[in-house]
Design a protein around this ligand. Sequence first.
Ligand SMILES: [Zn+2]
Ligand SMILES: [Zn+2]
Length: 424
Amino acid sequence: MALQSVKGFKDILPPESERTAAFEALARGVLESFGFRELRLPVVEAQELFVKATGETTDIVEKEMFVLTDAGGRNLALRPEGTPGAVRAFLQHNLNLQGGRTKLYYIGSMFRAERPQAGRFREFEQIGAEAFGNGHPSADVETILALARILDGAGLKGRYTVHLNNLGCERPECRPAYRAKLLEFLRSVADTLCENCKRRLERNPLRALDCKGDGPKLKANPATPQLAPCAECHAHFETVKTLLPAGGLAFELDPNLVRGLDYYTRTVFELRSADVGSQDALAGGGRYDGLIKSMGGPDVPATGWALGVERVLMALKAAGSIAAPPHPEVYVAVQAESPELEKAAFTAMQSLRDFCRVEGALFGHSLKSQMREADRLGATFAVIFGPSEFSEGKCTVKDLRAKDQQSQTAIAELAKEIRSRLNA
Ligand SMILES: [Zn+2]
Ligand SMILES: [Zn+2]
């Protein structure tokens, strides 16, 4: 059998690759307009990094991590998410010593080793943003606004909802008190919980709240305890709730939103779209003030998010707002096999490429099959080099949208002619 891609890994062909690239370009532009700068991270990290940062009791680390061993017996992992690597890079290169805040974004593949299922792949793409060094709620709001602006710019405005929750902090009276109350309550209803939730109940009771099976019924149960945040967490969250609408973004409070990761504190959020199923968020994130310190760094607050590129492209498809892939604007053909005509055609193609997309060079085929190719590619204009016009220093320009409309142009004037027609 011919060679195949590995199960769970896929090729991204045009036009999907072009849609992906267009979305990435949009995201870059928006993030840079907010002052984020690109961080390019390695795909492979020490496995320990994710165990430490992402959390031992998370699904990612428990069962989804793509682990490998190198020749020296070191345990490595293909990155399942970007934040731990970003924090490692931040610490390794002492970015906190460069003064002020550090705002970084990344674009790239993430990996998970769970069994591939319909629509889920072992390699998938995320765009992420991390803002280090700003503990003020304005940093939470700014990162969320950047995320929303990317989705709006792509054409999803009004087609997603923003879900927001406050997870509190590690002060004893804040999340630890809530965690204890929740644990006590969950023990009392343990026989109704799924096997996963029962197993991790003692280590991470909050996860039951976003379990796909248990979360909805716990949410519906009025006896499920709610967080009573400490004064600082309360004030922080109130400011987030005030500033988001000032940035033009509406949100819904969702007390069961805990996200699947251990490191979040205070603000957590998810952006969801009915177009991709309500269980799967387009993007999500939150504040993680304790993570950098817990990884051996200084006490630096941080907030960030990650967006699933494939999910956003799915939502865009459902919304019908996927931009058409780029067509060539000019197709250059020759009417007869002749080195002179072919040379002139190549010279013309090179100069036209200074300002537009050009296809052609199917020389050695009949003019008819070259024009069929121009049609197939969706070219706007055809430029034809034929022997009789060429002897007069001219070529033919044909508007392929308006059939039969063609005119002759001096070859020396071709670029000017095409430019003015494209601008018309
Ligand atoms: Zn607190
Ligand atoms: Zn469960």
